[in-house]
Design a protein around this ligand. Structure first.
Ligand SMILES: C[S@@+](CC[C@H](N)C(=O)[O-])C[C@H]1O[C@@H](n2cnc3c(N)ncnc32)[C@H](O)[C@@H]1O
Length: 209
């Protein structure tokens, strides 16, 4: 079986202690949603900080992550919310099920974690979901300072410590436009400052048509 180098990276990453505050993007989304009483699927929830934040804000949220270590740790660290975490691949999570309740999806720093074919798989599955309401995305773009770092493996795709596919805002807008109405779209620095890093980030909110 082909080794999933990226998953090994994240499994090792989450074995180390790594709990922190919710992201600014999660807070931003909550401020936009106001009293949202549906479910938010947190695609690639990592250490679970945003999944837990949404739940604490009384928004039912399910964190999905392919990393076994991350999910195992989240269930232990956030015992009260242990049922809110699932160890699955979010690119196929929506493929074989028809969700019969209203829900939204939230992807923070995960769209740039998947390749073109997985993005297509994910978007195709979401396009078919009649009860899907919003999609929230925050991702690195092709204007990012670290664009070009590591080994180039495809268009805007590089492997440094792990795989990243830098997103071209115009392209993702075009790919979403048939099934979604974009209500917020901004590319900027200062959205996700971390230590000395200040990446160029796209924030996008889209409503299913
Ligand atoms: C950069 S981290 C972001 C974590 C979190 N969203 C945050 O902002 O802190 C990317 C996460 O996406 C997960 N991931 C990447 N591809 C995935 C996939 N296809 N299915 C599920 N999880 C995935 C990784 O395991 C990792 O936890």
């Amino acid at each position: 079986m082909k080794k999933d180098i990226n998953n090994n990276y994240w499994n090792n990453f989450y074995k180390k202690k790594h709990i922190s505050k919710p992201t600014l993007f999660a807070k931003f989304c909550v401020s936009k949603l106001r009293f949202y009483n549906k479910t938010i699927y947190d695609l690639g929830c990592g250490n679970g900080r945003d999944t837990v934040f949404f739940n604490k804000k009384k928004i039912n949220s399910i964190g999905i992550d392919k990393s076994y270590s991350a999910i195992k740790k989240n269930k232990k660290n956030f015992y009260k919310f242990r049922n809110k975490f699932v160890n699955k691949n979010f690119c196929s999570f929506f493929t074989y099920k028809n969700f019969d309740f209203p829900f939204s999806v939230y992807s923070r720093f995960t769209l740039h974690s998947i390749n073109y074919s997985d993005e297509k798989k994910l978007l195709n599955s979401l396009n078919k979901q009649k009860k899907l309401e919003y999609i929230f995305i925050e991702c690195r773009t092709i204007k990012d300072d670290i664009y070009g770092k590591g080994k180039k493996v495809g268009k805007h795709e590089f492997i440094d410590t792990h795989y990243r596919r830098f997103i071209d805002p115009k392209e993702i807008k075009r790919r979403l436009s048939k099934h979604f109405k974009i209500s917020y779209f901004k590319e900027s620095k200062n959205f996700a400052k971390f230590k000395k890093e200040n990446p160029c980030i796209l924030r996008l909110i889209a409503k299913k048509k």
